[in-house]
Design a protein around this ligand. Structure first.
Ligand code: ARG
Length: 298
């Protein structure tokens, strides 16, 4: 295997990154807890997480993210212990945010809090219908080249919620069927990476969805994650340019990623695994709202 780092970003992309640094929304875990069971990871873990350890792990993640991006914070709210998983707040692009409609009543109380945050920050809000649940960036990820939106469905997001997304951003939407309850959100088993790579756990998808992934990403761009890494949330990765931030992974996967030119930052996130989330679930990608962009330009 070549040890030569591979050039993964074009000068144009690098210039773009320099002018508009990545921004993520995070929510401090002051009120984080496992209070109910809405995914297999939470079973047996109700009130079993340590808020002190969670705070330390989150702080390390926050500091790691701050090395590659700006971070905005949303205040945690009583009664919404999963609010720390901001990936589920909605999906944002070009100043427009589609606010999530959660499948489980346990998380529906988060919706008005996230909605208010986006409204105050100047984003254009699009509400998604309660009848067709949509769980935001947890289930909807743009390909790194921005040409396509991959949307997971099955455990949480309803496949009928995908059509409005296509209209909002006038973008090609490809639906992927999630069939393993452990990988109940797309971002638990699928990570588009810079350089046109995809890191994923194929067994989480049905045959037709695997074929769609293989049709878009040529085999040399597919990084297949083993089950043992997948259940440590290896695919739940934050990626900005060459850097990937994620929970602890195997040496083998780390070598595979490094040989493709990525810098790996591992942050232990065991307290959040108890609720079924890790690095990527704890952030939501943001671009500037149009109002802010306009005022900066004037
Ligand atoms: N306990 C949360 C839930 O089940 C975890 C959410 C994880 N978020 C994610 N984007 N995968 O909804």
């Amino acid at each position: 295997m070549s040890t030569q780092p591979i050039e993964i970003t074009s000068p144009a992309i690098l210039a773009n990154i320099a002018s508009t640094p990545a921004t993520f929304l995070m929510c401090p875990p002051k009120l984080y807890d496992v209070n109910y069971v809405i995914n297999p990871w939470m079973a047996g873990n109700v009130h079993a997480s340590s808020r002190t350890r969670a705070a330390e792990q989150w702080q390390r993640l926050y500091e790691a993210v701050r090395t590659i991006a700006d971070v905005q914070l949303v205040e945690p709210q009583p009664g919404s212990p999963d609010m720390v998983f901001t990936a589920n707040a909605g999906l944002e692009r070009n100043g427009t945010v589609a606010i999530s409609s959660f499948f489980h009543p346990e998380r529906q109380g988060e919706e008005p809090h996230f909605r208010r945050w986006f409204q105050l920050a100047g984003y254009t809000i699009v509400d998604t219908p309660r009848t067709t649940p949509f769980e935001g960036e947890g289930d909807a990820l743009f390909s790194t080249d921005g040409t396509r939106l991959w949307v997971g469905y099955g455990p949480r997001t309803d496949s009928s919620s995908h059509t409005p997304l296509r209209k909002i951003w006038n973008i090609e939407v490809t639906s992927l069927h999630l069939i393993d309850p452990r990988f109940y959100h797309l971002d638990t088993c699928f990570a588009p990476l810079a350089g046109g790579y995809i890191m994923y756990f194929p067994e989480a998808f049905d045959k037709a969805s695997r074929a769609k992934i293989e049709a878009f990403y040529p085999s040399e761009k597919r990084i297949i994650v083993s089950e043992s890494d997948a259940i440590c949330f290896a695919c739940n990765a934050i990626n900005v340019a060459r850097t990937i931030i994620l929970n602890n992974i195997s040496i083998d996967l780390r070598n595979q990623l490094e040989s493709r030119g990525f810098n790996i930052i591992e942050v232990t996130l065991t307290e959040f695994l108890k609720a079924g989330g890790a690095a990527k679930c704890l952030v939501m990608k943001l671009s500037r709202p149009e109002r802010e962009a306009a005022s900066l330009a004037s």
